[in-house]
Design a protein around this ligand. Structure first.
Ligand code: ATP
Ligand code: MG
Length: 615
């Protein structure tokens, strides 16, 4: 008799995995080079195998979990109306040339040549290809909005592959791209995608924090990174008591209140010898110019002025990339954070000014640089004066001890907003734990996490670079607004392993475990194997996925250890003695429960439990 195709499919889907034939070899020892728990356990439990640094082979158990994670992602992303496509990983150079990413990616890209010497790359991400595909097929506002996605292998020649699947050189990404006629459409697509992310990570039982990834003021569009908080993470984020979180580059300092300077004495210029460093300035001032208010001078009284070079791209007035020196005033008790500062000038890059830069500007007197020789103050008499920026911590009306632009001369009581001005306020210094959070909800704390996904409002960057334009309602040709949205699928799997295990092994959530039940037949007695076989058949008939440890010459101890390592959520132990007493032991892998269930009802009890957990 032949069963129907559907029945055959169901049978295949729920066919128990038998340990006697499963392609699996568990390891008792941690692999020597595994640096984090997920990398150790996924290898020891036979989910993955190393092929090369940062390049992994998926074994049957690993592939099963990966497929389930992908299915959850598909359901949610299809649920917001996105459509799945699949691009090649091997791509021609030209589109990446057009967006400058062929160079910008630097050494992180795998580049190769075909037999005709044409350049190709293994895609690190696919913005260019999606943009060109839509350009190829669509031409009108009537075609939009559309969101496309793929789940696909990506390649990045990471400098330091680490943490197993968490930073691989070949990895699996879900990448989605939205195309809309206007900015409002882009924002809606972004919010839809973001909502799907929240549902995906909740369903995967993976803790996540959406972290604001970009600062508003100096351009750049909205972006959030979804981080899974964990100590092994490479990303630091600042967390407010409100639960909101930011990348340090995206943190905005709350505006300090203006200070009333009506009683502040006029600024005075005083000799301050050998005062190149902040410490020396404090020591010298305390010895020679005690403060009126009785307290000591301290580093936070000093306005430190740092010379920075901004490397601009060519623009309307410059045919070539050009270099601008700027001076940034920061409180003396804080260090400049170049990454935070650079984010304010993106896409231009920053570097510290060189010896030659300073030589070219005699108004910058090393150790005695002050705000009077630059910025709006100096521009009153010198059109060419360098731009001066002030750190966001500096309150208007505050009085400063700072350089007077002459050797061994400093200003005292130089007031911001009275004696000098700035060309702009910037986030220039490091943030510290305890700083007030941008939303005013209390002091910031710092946590570490792994980036599991990112949502990004791209705006017009790619559509302009690649000429993706459509006709709008008025028959005018306009560029398309885009968003891009990534999830690191293989990284997510590792993060779940990282947060769902104990010292004995993995402990998967029910909905992505390679099976829901692990049945162990212990001992040598046929009674146990017969009862186990029957249980496996009944569970399979109920649509439950089972790993069945049917190995004959393997000790119960080894079977228990393997079950703990593999991490299936429900473990049923079938031994001669209990079966003769009419029971089978049912345990939860997480140790929360263990009970003897009657042989007659055990299949139903387990089935109900699985179905409840999967609801
Ligand atoms: P990271 O800062 O960790 O290098 P990224 O910001 O460069 O990541 P994106 O370009 O935003 O990464 O890629 C989308 C997602 O792909 C990331 O959120 C992350 O989950 C995943 N991902 C990125 N690089 C890797 C990698 N080397 N191995 C595994 N997953 C990765
Ligand atoms: Mg990212």
């Amino acid at each position: 008799m032949h069963s129907s195709p559907l029945a055959r499919t169901l049978e295949r889907m729920t066919k128990a995995l038998r340990m006697s034939t499963l392609f699996l070899r568990t390891l008792r020892e941690d692999p020597a080079d595994a640096d984090v728990d997920s990398a150790k356990l996924l290898q020891r439990a036979g989910y993955i195998r190393k092929a090369a640094p940062g390049i992994w082979t998926w074994l049957p158990l690993g592939l099963s979990v990966l497929n389930k994670i992908e299915e959850i992602i598909r359901e949610e992303i299809n649920g917001i109306g996105a459509q799945e496509v699949h691009f090649p990983a091997l791509l021609p150079r030209e589109p990446y040339e057009a967006t400058h990413r062929w160079e910008e990616y630097g050494d992180n890209i795998f580049r190769l040549k075909d037999r005709h010497e044409a350049d190709y790359l293994l895609a690190p991400t696919h913005e260019e290809m999606f943009t060109l595909l839509v350009k190829d097929m669509y031409s009108s506002y009537k075609d939009l909005p559309v969101t496309l996605y793929q789940i696909q292998t990506k390649y990045r020649d990471e400098f330091r592959p680490r943490a197993g699947l968490i930073r691989g050189r070949e990895f699996i990404m879900k990448d989605a791209y939205s195309f809309t006629i206007d900015e409002e459409g882009m924002r809606k697509a972004y919010m839809d995608e973001r909502g799907a992310y929240e549902r995906i990570f909740q369903r995967l039982d993976l803790k996540y924090v959406p972290v604001f990834a970009m600062s508003g003021p100096m351009g750049g569009s909205a972006s959030e990174e979804f981080l899974a908080p964990m100590a092994i993470g490479e990303d630091t984020f600042a967390l407010a008591p409100s639960g909101k979180a930011w990348n340090v580059e995206a943190l905005n300092t709350p505006k300090p209140e203006d200070i009333d300077f009506s009683a502040t004495p006029a600024a005075s210029k005083r000799e301050t010898n050998d005062a190149i460093t902040i410490d020396n300035m404090v020591t010298f001032a305390n010895a020679n110019y005690p403060r009126e208010d009785g307290r000591d001078w301290q580093a936070s009284d000093i306005l430190k002025n740092v010379v920075i070079a901004v490397k601009h791209a060519e623009d309307d007035e410059h045919d070539e990339p050009w270099r601008e020196l700027i001076v940034v005033g920061v409180p003396g008790d804080r260090n400049v954070d170049m990454k935070r500062l650079e984010a304010q000038f993106a896409p231009s890059e920053l570097e510290e000014a060189t010896e030659d830069d300073l030589k070219a500007h005699p108004e910058l007197v090393r150790g005695y640089i002050g705000p009077m020789a630059v910025g709006p103050q100096a521009r009153k008499t010198n059109d060419e004066a360098l731009r001066y920026f002030i750190d966001a911590h500096v309150a208007r009306g505050s009085a400063w001890f700072t350089g007077a632009d002459e050797f061994e001369q400093d200003y005292y009581d130089l007031v911001y907003g009275r004696d000098f001005e700035a060309d702009g306020v910037v986030e220039a210094v490091e943030v510290r734990s305890g700083d007030m959070s941008p939303d005013g909800s209390g002091p910031l704390s710092f946590e570490r996490g792994v980036e599991i996904g990112q949502v990004f409002q791209l705006g017009l960057k790619y559509s302009e670079a690649l000429g993706l334009k459509v006709l709008n309602q008025n028959g005018k040709t306009v560029p398309v607004w885009m968003g891009c949205y990534g999830i690191g699928v293989s990284r997510v799997l590792a993060c779940i392993a990282e947060t769902h295990h104990d010292d004995k092994g993995l402990a998967w959530p029910m909905n992505i475990a390679p099976a829901q039940v692990h049945v162990l037949a212990t001992g040598k007695d046929e009674v146990a194997f017969d009862a186990a076989e029957k249980l496996v058949d009944e569970l399979s008939a109920n649509g439950i996925e089972v790993i069945y440890d049917d190995r004959k010459k393997v000790s119960p101890g080894v079977k228990f250890k393997d079950a703990e390592l593999i991490g299936v959520p429900i473990v049923a132990v079938v031994g001669r003695d209990t079966v003769n007493n009419g029971t089978i032991e049912v345990r939860d892998r997480d140790g929360s429960n263990s009970e003897a269930v009657s042989v007659d009802s055990v299949a139903q009890v387990i089935t109900d439990r699985v179905n409840t957990a999967l609801k």
